[in-house]
Ligand binder design. Structure first.
Ligand code: TYD
Length: 135
């Protein structure tokens, strides 16, 4: 599994700015390398809370901090990398196969997630030992 693993990638999102402010438009298959099948957002997270704590067997998404900031750590079972998401024109492309941790939520943070799969609890590994056995 390790050898086939796609790499996470921070990507710059298109941004149209004029005197009235900025607009970012994301088209599935055009601005993103997949078709969007699900949209969700995470908000009202108390600053001391940690989310995530799972990995995905399949499915990719892009995570964008529409406001505020958060630290997102992706761990492949050997090496972990922490990304700070703090701008609405930056997104983290998250491939399957990584243990995810989200913490250090700034007050007022809104995280937008655009995913290429519909929700399926069977796609999750929520047990850390099980994740490590597979990697
Ligand atoms: P959870 O995976 O714990 O969130 P996080 O990744 O931020 O830690 O999901 C919280 C709850 O929401 C859990 O009961 C599953 C449910 N859920 C859905 O119903 N649909 C979804 O698309 C997602 C991502 C979660």
């Amino acid at each position: 599994m390790l050898s086939e693993k796609e790499k996470p990638e921070l990507i710059e999102l298109p941004k149209i700015t004029d005197l009235r402010g900025s607009l970012t438009s994301l088209q599935g298959g055009v601005d993103l390398p997949f078709e969007i099948r699900r949209v969700y957002y995470i908000y009202d997270v108390p600053p001391e809370m940690t989310r995530g704590g799972h990995a995905h067997k399949y499915g990719r998404d892009i995570v964008i901090a529409l406001s505020g900031s958060v630290e997102m750590t992706l761990d492949d079972g050997v090496k972990s990398t922490t990304y700070t998401l703090s701008a609405p024109d930056r997104g983290l492309l998250r491939p399957p196969g990584f243990w995810i941790t989200l913490d250090h939520f700034a007050p007022g943070t809104v995280l937008l997630v655009l995913a290429d799969t519909i929700y399926d609890e069977n796609a999750y590994i929520r047990d850390r030992e099980e994740f490590l056995k597979r990697h």
